[in-house]
Design a protein around this ligand. Structure first.
Ligand code: KIV
Length: 242
C-alpha cells in the first residue's frame, strides 16, 4: 500500500508504518503549499520536498511526481528532470498521462516510471473539473492509455477517480500492478494522501478517502493547551530549565 509524504517526518512515519511506496506527490501544491491545485508546483519545489522525504524514508520505495510542465515540452527535458529527481533522492518518478516517448526515454535512462491515468489532476482544466473519468464508452480510452503506459515500460500505473468496474477491467488487462485512488476495491494496490488519512485538512473528507484520525482537531487542541499553559504560567517550569 502507498501513501504520499512531503517531508522527513511524514516519510519516516509512513516508513515506520510499513507502507510499501511513498509518493512525494505534486499534491504538495494544494496540501502543503496552499495552492488551489497542483499546476503551480515547480521542479525546484519538488526537488526540495523529495530530498526532505528521502531523509525520512529508509525502507519504502520513494517515488517523486513530475510536476506540470516538467515532461510535456520535450523528451530531453523529461529525462533531465527525471534524473534530477533521482539525484535528489527518488527511486522512481510518476508522470500523468500516456506520454509514451517520455516514459520510454526515462526507463532507458535508468529512471523507473509509475504511470497515472483517469482523473489526472494536472489536466483538470481539460476535464472541466476534478470529475470521475472513464464512465461508459469513455472507459475504453482510459484502458487504452493504461495499456500504452504499460507498453512504454512503466512498472505500475495509478488509476485515479475511475469507476470500480473499469478499474477491475484495467487491472485484469494489465500485467503490471494497478494502484487505485477513488477507483474501488479491485486494484492491486491503493494510494492515499497523507493529510486526508490523518484528517489534517479542514472541511469534509472526500468520498474516495477515509479519516483514520481526526488529526487537525487534536493538533489544534494541543496547541490551545500549550497557549493556555504559557498564558497561565504552568509552562515552562523549573523542570524545563537548564
Ligand atoms: O500527487 C498526488 O498525491 C497523487 C496521488 C493522489 C495519486 O498523484
Amino acid at each position: 500500500m502507498c501513501v504520499t509524504a512531503y517531508d522527513a517526518p511524514s516519510a519516516s512515519m509512513a516508513d515506520e508504518a510499513g507502507v510499501d511506496l511513498i509518493l512525494v506527490g505534486d499534491s504538495v501544491g494544494n496540501v502543503v503549499l496552499g495552492y488551489e491545485d497542483t499546476l503551480p508546483v515547480t521542479m525546484e519545489q519538488m526537488l526540495h520536498h523529495v530530498a526532505a522525504a528521502r531523509r525520512g524514508c529508509k525502507r519504502a520505495l520513494l517515488v517523486a511526481d513530475m510536476p506540470f510542465g516538467s515532461f510535456q515540452v520535450g523528451t530531453d527535458e523529461a529525462v533531465a528532470n527525471g534524473i534530477a529527481l533521482v539525484k535528489a533522492g527518488a527511486d522512481a518518478v510518476k508522470l500523468e498521462g500516456p506520454w509514451e516517448d517520455a516514459i520510454r526515454r526515462l526507463v532507458q535512462a535508468g529512471v523507473p516510471v509509475l504511470g497515472h491515468v483517469g482523473m489526472t489532476p494536472q489536466s483538470h482544466h481539460v476535464f472541466g473539473g476534478f470529475k470521475v473519468q472513464g464512465r461508459g464508452e469513455a472507459g475504453e480510452s482510459v484502458l487504452d492509455a493504461a495499456k500504452r503506459i504499460e507498453r512504454s515500460g512503466a512498472f505500475a500505473v495509478v488509476l485515479e477517480l475511475v469507476p470500480a468496474e473499469l478499474a477491475k477491467k484495467i487491472t485484469a488487462a494489465l500485467t503490471i500492478p494497478t494502484i487505485g485512488i477513488g477507483a474501488g476495491p479491485h486494484c492491486d494496490g491503493e494510494v492515499q494522501v497523507f493529510h486526508d488519512l490523518l484528517g489534517l485538512l479542514p472541511g469534509e473528507p472526500f468520498r474516495h478517502t477515509r479519516r483514520f484520525l481526526d488529526g487537525r482537531t487534536k493538533m489544534v487542541e494541543a496547541l490551545k493547551a500549550y497557549a493556555s499553559a504559557v498564558r497561565d504560567g504552568s509552562f515552562p517550569t523549573d523542570e524545563n530549565a537548564f
